[in-house]
Every structure is written in C-alpha cells, then in structure tokens.
Design a protein around this ligand. Structure first.
Ligand code: AMP
Ligand code: MG
Length: 329
C-alpha cells in the first residue's frame, strides 16, 4: 500500500518495522527497502523480496554519528568524514562493535559493518520513530534498476513490501558512495555523488578507488573486497549421514541422521551441532546462517557437514553461500 509520508503514515511505518515488517522509504539516493537491522528474520525477508541470489552485506541506516558509534568503531578519520558529509550520501565501512546487536545476516557475517546517516527528512523521521537501525538496500528486484519514485517500487516489489512511504522523486538518484575505513588505508569501494577527491580534501591524504569499484584508474587492492564471511573449516554439502569426526549444520529434523561407524547425530555434544531451523523455515535458516557457520568453524573441527537445503526462495542464496564455502575448503 502506498501512503503519503505524513506524521501518521510514518508512525504506522514505524510500527510495521518494529513488528518485523518491511517499509519502502525515500532517501536522498534511491528508495530503500527498510527493515529492522537487529531482526534477522526481517533482514531475511528483504533478501527474499528482492529475489537476491546471494547474501551481500547491507547498509545500516542510523540517525546520527553518535548512533553509528553504538554499532561501529568510529576512528578519528570516521569522525572527520562524518562531520563533513553526514547526513548525506556517504556510507562508511567500519569495524563492527561486538555488542552492536546487528543481525549477522545483515553484515554477511563480516567483522565490519557499513553505516550511513541519510539526509532525507522522511528517512530520518522513520529511523527516529522506529527507534532501531534500519537496513535498506534499494527497493527493487535484484538485477533491475534502482527505484527513484514510489511507482517504481510498487512495480518492482508489489505485495512483498508492507508499506511504501511516498515522498516524491529522490534527489540524487544514485547510490551512496561506499568508503572503507576498516583497513590500513581508506579506499572507495563504490563511487557515488561524494567523490574520492572530496574525501581526500577532508582527510588530508590521497584516497583512491578499489579495484572492483568500476573506476578505470583503480589500483588493485586484493583482500580488501571480501564481501562475505567464509569458514576456514572444510564444508561438505547434502550430508545424509555424518562421517566420524564431522560436526553438523542441520536443517529440519535430524531424527534419522546417523554417524557412520555408529551413533546418532542427535547425540552429538552441543558444541558440534547447530540447526539452521528445526521447522525447516528458510527465513529462520537465513537469519541463523552466518552466526551458526561461525560457531562451528573451529580449529578443532575437521569438517562441517551440511544437510540438504531446498533450492527455492531464500534457499537459493543460502546454498550459494554454502557452495562457495564447500568449494573453498
Ligand atoms: P546496497 O544495499 O544495494 O545499497 O549495497 C550495499 C553496498 O555496500 C554494496 O556495494 C556492499 O558490497 C557494500 N557493503 C555493505 N557492507 C559492507 C562491508 N561490511 N564491507 C564492504 N562492503 C560493504
Ligand atoms: Mg540496488
């Protein structure tokens, strides 16, 4: 349902966010598909609505630099660019605080988090009314153009968004600049309205573009563009039985799962088993995926066996992540 962004609509949208629903909100860049960044199931719904075939980390939208400091480590450089460009179309990639409460799915299990303080008055009002940080990738199906009007959002997402807060066309119409401040040197991961040169002026040092940013002169910066958590422990997919020594990432009932050589998976000690969703719910599984992979990714474990996950809906992105983990190992 499309609603004009007045006080009443914003209050209603905040209730939707607080109860785990999704709201399309205008920002100065594009319309974002917003959900509570601390609610893993809401984050899973965002990927589902967009039909994303992979989990890439999302940007967390907050009301102020102070609020950003609650979820990320704000360095002196971070404070400097925040003072210069926030509120505005600049996203900072920063070390994530351990107690940030941000869903591991939202950050794809990374130790960093991308944060931004948007300048659009409606986005700011919604963040304040909801009282939680919001993840908000562009409000369109994966692979189609980013929406700059409420009608674009409705055409692309239809009923998978609970409310569209309508507030005209977006001013910038281009995604935010993504600046990575988590490494040794600042680097622009995604070009946007704020340029590397603008940032260089503020920081007083040369700031460049990363190799994958699409800028022609970008230097190679291997390792800086890790976009997902990846386990060190080898991974085996579609496990029906456990081999001896394996730990288990389960999905659904493990009643009939045995261990070769004797025993049942159900008898494994707690440290050696995680269940993505006992009920076989893909939203719950997506929300748990990165936290549970991390819990099982221990030097003492020789291999992580993963039960079959159906290749439908969110299962496609879950399997994409697991297949990459299995190939790497
Ligand atoms: P979107 O949500 O479509 O605006 O895209 C988010 C952008 O931020 C993508 O380019 C992501 O790769 C990038 N991003 C988000 N979080 C991180 C992170 N922790 N590290 C690096 N890049 C990130
Ligand atoms: Mg997009």
């Amino acid at each position: 349902m499309i609603k004009t962004a007045n006080n009443e609509a914003i209050a209603g949208a905040a209730e939707i966010i607080k109860s785990g629903g999704l709201v399309a909100m205008p920002t100065e860049t594009v319309y974002g598909l917003a959900g509570n960044a601390r609610d893993g199931a809401a984050v899973a719904k965002i990927y589902e609505a967009k039909g994303r075939p992979a989990f890439n980390p999302l940007i967390v939208h907050v009301g102020s630099a102070k609020d950003a400091g609650e979820i990320a480590e704000m360095s002196a450089q971070a404070h400097a660019v925040a003072t210069a460009f926030w509120p505005g179309p600049l996203t900072l990639v920063l070390p994530r605080k351990a107690d940030s409460g941000i869903s591991e799915l939202a950050t794809a299990g990374l130790e960093t988090v991308a944060v931004r303080v948007p300048g659009h008055k409606t986005a700011r009002a919604l963040i304040e009314a909801a009282g939680v940080p919001l993840v908000a990738p562009s409000a369109n199906k994966s692979g189609s153009l980013s929406p700059t009007t409420p009608a674009h959002v409705a055409d692309s997402l239809g009923d998978s968004v609970d409310m569209i807060l309508a507030d005209g066309a977006c001013a910038v119409g281009l995604e935010s600049t993504v600046l990575d401040l988590s490494g040794d040197v600042p680097v622009v991961l995604r070009p946007g309205a704020i340029t590397a040169e603008d940032i260089s002026h503020v920081l007083g040092i040369e700031v460049g573009y990363a190799a994958e940013s699409g800028e022609p002169d970008a230097p190679k910066a291997p390792g800086m563009l890790l976009k997902h958590y990846a386990p060190e422990t080898p991974v085996r997919l579609n496990a029906v039985d456990l081999e001896s020594g394996e730990v288990l990432l389960a999905f659904g009932s493990i009643r009939f799962m045995g261990i070769k050589g004797g025993g049942a998976a159900a008898d494994l000690p707690d440290s050696q088993i995680r269940n993505l969703s006992e009920e076989g719910d893909l939203h719950e599984a997506a929300a748990n995926l990165f936290a549970m992979m991390k819990a099982l990714d221990q030097p003492a474990h020789t291999r992580i066996a993963v039960m079959n996950i159906p290749e439908v809906g969110l299962g496609i992105a879950i399997n994409d992540r697991l297949r990459r983990a299995a190939e790497a190992g």
